[in-house]
Write a protein that binds this ligand. Structure first.
Ligand code: NAD
Ligand code: GLY
Length: 370
């Protein structure tokens, strides 16, 4: 039909500039069914859409119909849903589908879902036949503002979060804001955690904006969501463009993640959502920054308040300081056994550095629920 082939004029674009691995992020409403969304992708014989048992019934048919004109065959694989399934066994289901359908090196993988589907599909794309193209079709707020962008792909190991993976960039990221209408409220809040993160590490004016527009974001007002997704992607693009493989500045995107990953793996994957653990982890990292004399209590209190108002926990689970420390040692930032944290060194700026263990213990005791 004529309307569906017209350019998606309502889509905004943010570009990730990585030389030959550069790609656009398309942000807007009704992008899924719009032929213009997909028009720049190669027309290959086959494609495989990877989704899960929750997202599949909502959006798989629509995506398949949109892609059908571009590929002779559009295969699908539906994974079990949840962080607890982000592992080798589930990853293998993607390889099974690729091999059973005789997919070749030109087959495009489409990740339709949140960060779990995106991270696993990306890792499958990085390793199938030593690398096939893939596209991120992000359907959670968290995936639209963070996980689909920047090419980190991974699965979890029982001993550590996202420990097995690869840097592998997609051809395109699609953020159809309409898909957020079906997102459970708890998942929306989880996405807000990663949006809030960009304020203290890079852009205090964005933190002001988030504080002033939190009600609109929680009410899913389209203009507010569009701005939050776009500004988050711009900041992430700015960081990733300087340091694709995290040898320096990219680490600031892990603000709150050292504590957060310990919470996720300590409680068992899926017990707390990733965004919830990051939200609480940011409160803990802010306290550590304050204890080290880098920032004053005003910013710690301000961050705690906005995280709480976003519907996220601000007190950590009581795992015990020893257990936290043990879990935090399995962190990609650990250097020769020394824990390192992303800390706020001044409002709108972050650094990575070590901290005395006694101080970290005190922060854990202070920030965990009684
Ligand atoms: P998720 O992928 O588990 O999605 C959350 C839940 O929402 C799931 O139950 C999912 O099925 C459901 N869902 C997805 N889209 C929906 C929709 N439109 N309507 C209704 N339900 C929907 O979780 P997430 O929060 O998107 O992602 C978290 C994962 O992302 C973690 O594994 C984390 O490690 C990873 N992550 C990766 C990066 C990265 O840079 N690669 C960054 C941040 C987080
Ligand atoms: N979410 C952290 C990163 O992409 O580096």
């Amino acid at each position: 039909m004529q309307a569906s082939t017209e350019p998606a004029t309502h889509a905004q674009r943010v570009n990730i500039e990585l030389g030959e691995r550069s790609y656009p992020i398309a942000i807007g409403a009704a992008l899924l069914d719009d032929a213009a969304t997909w028009v720049d992708l190669p027309r290959t014989a086959s494609a495989l859409i990877v989704t899960n048992t929750t997202v599949g019934p909502l959006y798989l048919q629509r995506l398949q119909a949109a892609l059908q004109p571009r590929h002779k065959a559009v295969f699908t694989v539906v994974l079990p849903d949840g962080e607890a399934h982000k592992n080798w066994q589930t990853l293998n289901l993607i390889f099974d589908a690729l091999l059973e359908n005789e997919c070749d090196r030109k087959t495009i993988l489409y990740a339709l879902g949140g960060g779990v589907v995106g991270d696993m599909t990306g890792f499958a794309a990085a390793s199938y036949m030593r690398g096939v193209p893939f596209v991120q079709v992000a359907t959670t707020l968290l995936a639209q503002v963070d996980s689909s962008v920047g090419g980190k792909t991974a699965i979890n190991h029982p001993l550590g979060k996202n420990m097995i993976g690869a840097f592998y960039q997609p051809l395109l990221v699609v953020c159809d804001l309409d898909t957020l209408k079906t997102l459970p409220a708890r998942e929306l809040s989880a996405g807000l955690a990663e949006i809030i993160k960009y304020g203290p590490i890079a852009d205090m004016a964005f933190l002001d904006w988030i504080e002033n527009n939190l009600g609109a974001l929680l009410a899913r007002e389209p203009a507010a969501l569009a701005h939050a997704v776009k500004r988050s992607c711009e900041i992430k693009a700015w960081v990733v463009g300087q340091d694709e493989r995290e040898s320096g500045i990219r680490a600031i995107l892990n603000f709150g993640h050292t504590f957060g990953h310990a919470i996720e793996s300590g409680l068992g994957y899926g017990e707390w959502l990733h965004g919830e653990a990051v939200g609480c982890g940011m409160v803990m990292a802010a306290h550590l920054s304050q204890r080290l004399g880098l920032i004053d209590m005003t910013l710690v209190e301000r961050l705690t308040k906005v995280i709480h108002k976003a519907g996220l926990p601000v007190k950590g689970p009581r795992l015990g300081a020893d257990r936290y420390l043990e879990l935090m040692r399995v962190d990609k930032k650990t250097d020769a056994g020394e824990l390192r944290f992303v800390l706020i060194d001044k409002p709108g700026s972050a650094v990575m550095r070590g901290a005395p263990q006694a101080l970290v213990r005190e922060v854990i005791e202070q920030c965990c629920a009684a």
